[in-house]
Unconditional design. Structure first.
Length: 223
């Protein structure tokens, strides 16, 4: 459990989000596929749409990790629609934004589940030691602006000194530039090994942080 992490040897703590602190609501992805299908008038079996959504979600996540860049959410939508034989030239940016707004509302209705019930207490213990916290997350379908709304609604943002998302920096973990963003935003000039990055991805989180010079923990949950 996350509370077994020894916080005494570091002064700053950087956390990945997905499958580190939170996981998807069990109904959200299916609801999003239904919304995607109805919004774009896809006359296709939901299973076919779901497979395309998952394929391009996984593919773009992998591309971002390998390239260190960030594929825009709207570009992912267009890839999915193109693969489903939709003429993407007929899709306007306005409609893409409207779909995103609706999917964001759905996301906040079927909000992610905080993996650890004592997360607020854990964060509070860190802050009570006079130490600092950030969130560092790669994004895909869910933008950083939406994650900020979620963390605010969960009253977790009160413990977080700053948040960094790949769609806002146009680079993704394990790109060293995004770990440099963490260093740049710290209120104190700490030695690199005084920052502990905690995440579930061996390449993006653990190796990325270590290559930059941060200390790191690879966290693996059993659900």
């Amino acid at each position: 459990m996350i509370t077994t992490i020894d916080t005494s040897h570091h002064s700053h703590f950087s956390f990945d989000l997905w499958l580190t602190l939170i996981k998807s609501h069990p109904e959200f992805k299916a609801k999003r596929v239904e919304l995607f299908s109805t919004f774009f008038n896809l006359n296709l079996p939901l299973d076919e749409v779901a497979n395309a959504v998952k394929y391009y979600d996984d593919l773009c996540n992998t591309i971002n990790e390998v390239s260190g860049g960030n594929i825009d959410t709207f570009e992912i939508y267009l890839m999915i629609l193109g693969s489903l034989k939709i003429d993407i030239k007929t899709i306007s940016k306005k409609s893409l934004q409207e779909f995103y707004d609706r999917s964001e509302a759905l996301f906040l209705e079927y909000k992610p589940m905080v993996i650890f019930e004592n997360l607020h207490q854990f964060f509070e213990e860190i802050k009570n030691q006079g130490k600092t916290i950030n969130v560092l997350s790669n994004t895909g379908f869910i933008k950083g602006s939406t994650m900020r709304k979620f963390l605010s609604a969960e009253k977790l943002d009160q413990y977080i000194d700053f948040q960094i998302y790949s769609d806002e920096t146009n680079c993704s973990k394990p790109n060293l530039k995004i770990f440099q963003e963490v260093k740049n935003k710290m209120s104190r000039d700490l030695p690199l090994d005084q920052t502990l990055h905690i995440g579930d991805n061996e390449v993006a989180d653990y190796k990325g942080a270590k290559d930059f010079g941060f200390d790191a923990i690879l966290l693996k949950h059993t659900f």
